[in-house]
Design a protein around this ligand. Structure first.
Ligand code: 2IT
Length: 450
């Protein structure tokens, strides 16, 4: 390991010892950079790595709201503007009770390199709140979002920082957030948020983009292996927006998702989630209850296994963890390796512990693809939404889908080339880390020391 890289990892561990997810993300990225830093002494000279692991700005704010019974609640809001070297900060908002400094910081850090990989001019950011949206009425969600935006609006803007959705924040929340921004600012800067509704500046395909992009990336991996997506069976963890997009695009291309899961257990649907009725039910189920997927089994008469994860099953061709961070630990990784399944395609942000990821990457029979490349189509289409907003146009869905597909082909190719350049072979993890890093590093060096 390069000694400067090692030093920065050690410093991050020491100074952020109460932020395990952030440490994990930094260690995962920086480890890949060792051969790059060996060849580029100018990075150490400019102390680029210490600069890169420190957010440009990160702040919290108070969000007070009143529930339907008139009770007053106080939550915490966050925004981390991690790196703006290549464009305005860009990244989602997550509303979930477990949100904390470490989670926001790791997500914003990952976002920086993912956004760089899209090839579009967007910096890295992330925000959110420890607010729990489950069981809240529409009016409560609206009041919370209005209060949240009232605290945040002065720190964002179409050329400053452009939030979007993440877990707990979908089209409804973005609508309320945008409404409050417009109300306070007295203007129509719709480029301030992405993931908007179609009637006020949203992009076609944005809801599907993360899942569609993941399948397009998978197609490139399969092509590299002289294989195709047709007839493939996929196991996806989660059943949120991202999993839904995967199910939909897989079905369009002649593959099928036969396993998916929720916090309550997993579903095995041998016929696959391929009909419009099933796909729509996934959306409906998610909207009504983000914690339980059991009702799918009752409705479509298939298997539900309570309280278990499906890692280790061997009647799929591809695993796609698309739920949340650290979904796959070393025990699950061992089962995955034993199953004989050849493709492990990360989709959620950091779904695999570092120990499990290293273990899987070292199995010669498994190809591992990293989330920061695989899920980049989501934010990539957000950047396309920003373009449409500044052009005051709306592109067709064929246009957006085609640009998304080309973006994913490009991300795969760029990653392959970056790894090759450092003699690492077909290493998609190192390739994504190196390619994402290089563009940000270049821009930072060019802009002087700060
Ligand atoms: O993790 C992610 O890339 C997102 N939640 C989407 C961010 C965005 O700005 O569209």
């Amino acid at each position: 390991m390069n000694s400067y890289v090692q030093q920065v990892i050690n410093d991050v561990k020491e100074k952020n010892s109460n932020e395990p997810e952030f440490i994990q993300a930094v260690e995962e990225l920086l480890t890949s950079l060792s051969p790059v830093v060996d060849q580029h002494p100018e990075y150490e000279k400019a102390d680029l790595l210490h600069r890169m692991v420190e957010p440009e700005r990160m702040f919290t704010f108070r969000v007070v709201w009143t529930d339907d019974e008139g009770r007053v609640h106080t939550n915490k809001g966050w925004r981390c503007q991690f790196n703006g070297a290549i464009g305005p900060y860009k990244g989602g908002l997550r509303f979930q009770p477990n949100v904390c400094d470490s989670i926001i910081k790791f997500l914003a850090f990952e976002q920086t390199f993912k956004n760089s990989l899209t090839g579009l001019p967007i910096g890295g950011g992330k925000g959110g709140s420890d607010f729990d949206p489950s069981g809240k009425s529409d009016a409560e969600i609206m009041r919370f979002c209005q209060s949240y935006m009232t605290a945040l609006y002065r720190f964002i803007g179409p050329d400053v920082d452009v939030p979007a959705g993440d877990m707990g924040v979908g089209a409804r929340e973005i609508g309320y957030l945008f409404g409050q921004y417009r109300r306070i600012k007295q203007n129509f800067e719709n480029g301030v948020l992405t993931g908007k509704g179609l009637s006020y500046g949203g992009s076609l395909i944005r809801p599907e983009a993360t899942g569609y992009g993941a399948i397009y990336y998978l197609c490139e991996v399969l092509r590299h292996e002289h294989d195709t997506i047709k007839g493939k069976r996929i196991g996806v963890s989660g059943y949120g927006n991202v999993a839904w997009g995967i199910m939909k695009k897989a079905a369009q291309l002649g593959a099928k998702v036969t396993y998916f899961s929720g916090p309550d257990g997993y579903i095995h649907d041998e016929d696959g989630v391929i009909t419009e009725e099933k796909l729509n039910y996934i959306l409906e189920m998610r909207q009504n209850d983000p914690m339980h997927c059991r009702s799918y089994a009752e409705k479509f008469n298939c298997e539900f296994v309570e309280g278990e994860k499906f890692w280790g099953i061997s009647d799929v061709d591809i695993y796609m963890p698309a739920a949340t961070q650290n979904d796959v630990d070393i025990n699950s990784a061992r089962k995955i390796a034993q199953s004989g399944v050849r493709y492990y395609i990360e989709v959620a942000n950091m779904p695999t512990t570092n120990e499990a990821l290293n273990f899987l990457a070292n199995q010669s029979h498994i190809i591992v693809a990293p989330s920061k490349a695989v899920n980049a189509g989501g934010v990539g289409v957000s950047a396309l939404e920003m373009s449409q907003n500044s052009e005051r146009l709306q592109w067709t869905k064929e246009d957006v889908d085609d640009q998304l597909r080309r973006m994913m082909v490009n991300i795969h190719e760029t990653s392959v080339n970056a790894a090759r350049q450092y003699g690492l072979g077909y290493n998609l993890i190192a390739g994504a880390n190196i390619a994402g890093f290089m563009k940000v590093a270049d821009a930072m060096l060019a802009q002087g020391i700060f």
